[in-house]
Design a protein around this ligand. Structure first.
Ligand code: GDP
Length: 466
């Protein structure tokens, strides 16, 4: 046995916990490059990783430390880290970020806020920062599309600081001023920030990493900052008991041919195994059921082929997994999921209930009706409405039903005879009721736009009354 082996044994003897992979989410304004960045990271992880190193996940991509290190070149020495890598949530955008909660906080441990370096701060950039501030999630800013800066000379494979220092004095002055504008905007939002190589303490200061999601410049630096930040400041948070009952968050509730209703889940603690009893948050309260199958996507499976999934016996945090089980029809995206195992069932149910109840919306006697697709988005809507001083009469998860129209029509003021729908559909029988009522429907899948539309309507009404 080598020295390193005995060291590892000594560690595991004194430390029963295992370190899980930090969960990373990508946020930012539309078209600023979130999807391109994620695709680039995934793509290079697949080509850099040894065969089989990249396990397929549901809803998330796990990049093991060795692969992060290959991608980051000299910037990440695997010997400096004991965290196992990074898990990227596949769906970018703050909608999925707010949907994905865990125990009252955010499911993601770290966020990347992507800002187009030429376009600068936009409404959804500010919205993303609001959400990160509220959830206390540490983040880095990826100042993207530096390749489009006039005069910028891409130097692939070179740390971005070197290229930046070499060029900032001359041709790429524009990049300089754009980056400082972003740093200034962050400061206006209350975050002290700087170019990442000037940041000493990433817990206190936000690092800005100039990148190009197209040429890959700066992506090694971004990965190095994410690894360093999690290793230095988040290690305790990453300690889990792998033998413990699993805890996770439902990403999506989906019908899957051959399996019925299934849950796409990100597991952030413990283990879930076939035949485990689970408790899942549902629209009418907690659902108790037994896992029938745990499914991972088959590598390279064609969408149309029958067998798109492989069954696995168990899965350990942090990972994405699809769970097939009976009675999941009323399960909610964004809801908690818990494995019962040797715990008391009532206790676990109470825990799930408590988590569901956390999402409290202050309602008034007079106000608008709010419907949203997930608990997290309902909460985000409620927060935004509170800030805009819009009173809420009722707030619920789910599509717009006749009952919602009936409730909205009871409002005294016209500006409250309103349903605000976020990312939801109108059920067919509710459409008819809506047409016959004096209730106005506003629907959108961007919170600030939805609220803006409503505020414009209120303004117009006021003007009309004067
Ligand atoms: P998202 O809406 O934030 O997910 O943005 P996308 O990833 O879809 O990117 C929007 C557009 O910007 C696409 O046409 C991308 O090809 C382009 N884009 C993204 N990143 C870069 C970059 O680093 N450089 C350049 N030149 N274009 C980029």
């Amino acid at each position: 046995m080598s020295d390193t082996d005995s060291d590892a044994d000594a560690n595991s003897a004194t430390e029963p916990n295992t370190l899980r992979t930090p969960i990373v989410a990508v946020l930012g304004h539309v078209d600023h490059g979130k999807t391109t960045l994620l695709d680039k990271i995934r793509g290079s992880a697949v080509s850099e990783g040894e065969a089989g190193a990249i396990t397929q996940h549901i809803g998330a991509t796990a990049v093991p430390l060795e692969t992060v290190s290959e991608m980051a070149g000299s910037l990440v020495d695997p010997d400096d880290f004991d965290l196992p890598g990074l898990l990227f949530i596949d769906t970018p955008g703050h909608h999925s970020f707010t949907t994905l909660r865990s125990r009252g906080g955010a499911l993601a441990d770290i966020a990347i806020v992507v800002v187009d370096v030429n376009d600068g701060f936009q409404p959804q950039t500010i919205e993303a920062l609001d959400i990160l501030r509220r959830t206390g999630t540490p983040f880095v800013v990826a100042a993207n599309k530096i390749d489009t800066t006039p005069g910028w000379n891409p130097q692939e494979g070179s740390p971005i600081q070197k290229t930046y220092d070499a060029q900032s004095q001359n041709a790429s002055q524009r990049l300089d001023s754009n980056l400082y504008e972003i740093i200034g905007n962050l400061s206006d939002e209350g975050f002290s920030a700087d170019l990442y190589w000037r940041v000493q303490n990433f817990q206190k200061n936000v690092g800005v990493v100039p990148i190009s999601a197209i040429t890959s410049e700066g992506i090694p630096d971004l990965l190095a900052v994410l690894m360093g930040l999690s290793q230095r400041y988040m290690k305790e948070q990453m300690e889990i008991d792998v033998s413990g009952p699993g805890a996770g968050t439902v990403l999506e509730v989906k019908d899957e041919r051959g399996f019925g209703t299934t849950l796409d889940v990100v597991l952030y603690d413990g283990t879930v195994s076939e035949d485990d009893t689970i408790v899942v948050g549902g629209m009418d309260g907690p659902i108790v059921t037994d896992v029938r199958a745990l499914l991972q996507p088959r590598p390279n499976a064609e969408i149309r082929t029958e067998k798109r999934f492989d069954k696995v016996e168990s899965v350990t945090a942090a990972s994405g997994i699809k769970i097939a089980a009976p009675d999941l029809e009323l399960a909610m995206a964004g809801a908690p999921i818990r494995v019962v195992r040797d715990r008391n069932l009532d206790e676990v149910i109470a825990e799930v209930e408590a988590e569901l109840a956390e999402i409290e919306v202050d309602t008034e006697e007079e106000g608008v009706v709010v419907k949203a697709d997930t608990l997290g988005s309902l909460e985000a809507m409620a927060n935004a409405l509170k800030e805009a001083e819009v009173p809420v009469l009722r707030a619920e998860v789910g599509d717009i039903a006749p009952r919602d129209v009936a409730v909205a029509s009871t409002a005294r003021e016209d500006e409250n005879k309103v349903i605000l729908g976020f990312n939801v559909d109108v059920l067919p029988n509710a459409k008819e009721e809506l047409e016959q009522s004096d209730v106005r429907l506003f629907d959108d899948d961007v919170i600030y736009q939805l609220i803006e539309e409503y505020e414009e309507f209120v303004e117009e009404r006021k003007r009309a009354q004067q």
